[in-house]
Design a protein around this ligand. Structure first.
Ligand code: SF4
Length: 87
């Protein structure tokens, strides 16, 4: 089931607990010790802005993993936004 969704990571809120990494391996540790999103080949529109926020659009079957990572984050730094209906 392919779904288009966006994953938003607020790096200013992230405290490097890395609960997200074990739920979804698209979250990786960056050189500054905080999480970052590995957009990979499937990701598009990575737009880190001045606040350190990352927003990546994915179209794949991995929405559940992203949602698990968002739920696991103790500081709610991850938000998953479903853009469209299932295809
Ligand atoms: S679980 Fe949340 S606070 Fe921890 S590394 Fe991931 S985004 Fe950052």
């Amino acid at each position: 089931m392919t779904t288009e969704y966006q994953v938003r990571l607020d790096r200013s809120a992230c405290d490097g607990v890395f609960a997200c990494l074990v739920r979804d391996d698209r979250f990786v540790e960056d050189s500054d010790g905080l999480a970052t999103i590995d957009a990979g080949d499937d990701g598009r529109h990575r737009d880190p802005n001045a606040n350190g926020e990352e927003l990546v659009t994915f179209t794949d079957e991995r929405l559940p993993a992203a949602e698990q990572a968002a739920r696991a984050c103790p500081v709610d730094a991850i938000e998953v936004l479903v853009e469209g209906d299932d295809e």
